[in-house]
Design a protein around this ligand. Sequence first.
Ligand SMILES: Nc1ncnc2c1ncn2[C@@H]1O[C@H](COP(=O)(O)OP(=O)(O)OP(=O)(O)O)[C@@H](O)[C@H]1O
Length: 378
Amino acid sequence: MIRLAGVRKQYADGTVAVGGLDLEVRRGELVALVGPSGCGKSTILRMVNRLIEPSGGSIEVDGTDVIEADGPTMRRGIGYVIQSGGLFPHRTVRDNVATVPRLVGWDKPRTAARVDELLGLVGLQPEVHGPRYPHELSGGQRQRVGVARALAVDPPVLLMDEPFGAVDPQVRDRLQLEFRRLQQRLGTTVLLVTHDIDEAVRIADRIAVLSVGGVLEQLDSPAVVLGAPATDFVADFVGADRGLRRLAVTPIREEDLVHPPTLQVGESTDRALQLLEESALDFAVVLDGTDLRGWVSQRALARGGTVGEVRRRFDDTVDVRDSLKTGFSEIVAHDAGWLPVLDGDRYVGVLTPETVHAALRRTLPDRAGSAARLAGSA
Ligand SMILES: Nc1ncnc2c1ncn2[C@@H]1O[C@H](COP(=O)(O)OP(=O)(O)OP(=O)(O)O)[C@@H](O)[C@H]1O
């Protein structure tokens, strides 16, 4: 959807902000540009919508050569969100969001309906927030309006420069996730600049790590950038705690889980003891059909009766849709060696510290793969 080939930018004073960049963003994808201050992130973004003229190379958006196109016309088709929202201070929220629909000639009813819809989408109330001026909103609300305005004519491409930068950390987390859901629902292609690696890890499909001069050090999924940094520069940039960050982006998979023996609540403890003796483990998971009812140890089974009578309940469970970080954190919080994982009500297996380790290894490319990646980026 966005294709940069050999793109260069040298400013008038001789500064080479971007030295020759190849980068592709797929349709519907969210790519985050990260890197230290001054590495050329904003320059790259602003060349895509021609707020800055490239000195060389080619840029295509959805197959159209951006450099050949008429700048203002093209910009109306590309949403652009900047830090603090970049709203017009003397226009109401409604008028801000209506800017582009009016420019492209939408009639009043259509524009009004779209503004209501968009304000609702970003979690604002049209009748409450619509008539206000930007200074009558909180920083987070202003940023939501900025996003709504950028989405007004449903642009296939959205460029965002530190869009959540001006919001306090708690609101930021929520806003990022809400935006991500919206972007996935609308299928918008997004190129986003941030210097917050955690933001990139949380919401991007792929992360482009840049060093000074707009040099692309690595372009890959958050899990791979964190788990297999292509260069020392990337390893340094993503930080010493990249291992912990990876836990947050690695999903729990059924195949990574341990499967101890399972018993049904109605079974006799004699039969259960027999089963446990055949297995290497001294505990079993107790189910009623596929629903989790607790667990039993060999010692408890020695008391006799049915499995249901001697079972113990779990302090906590983990959902299969949670990240390894959530799962591991629950294990630590409950001082448990293992916790059961559920898919809705259905029991699917057991998470242990060892399975966390195995899952982290699974998400890494093999050594040959990362060697090829290194050679490719050199
Ligand atoms: N108009 C300009 N004239 C000369 N040099 C410029 C101009 N704009 C930017 N630069 C330089 O180009 C380089 C890249 O700047 P850019 O703003 O793209 O970096 P960035 O990665 O977005 O930085 P930050 O994270 O600090 O916003 C920097 O060295 C900057 O000083």
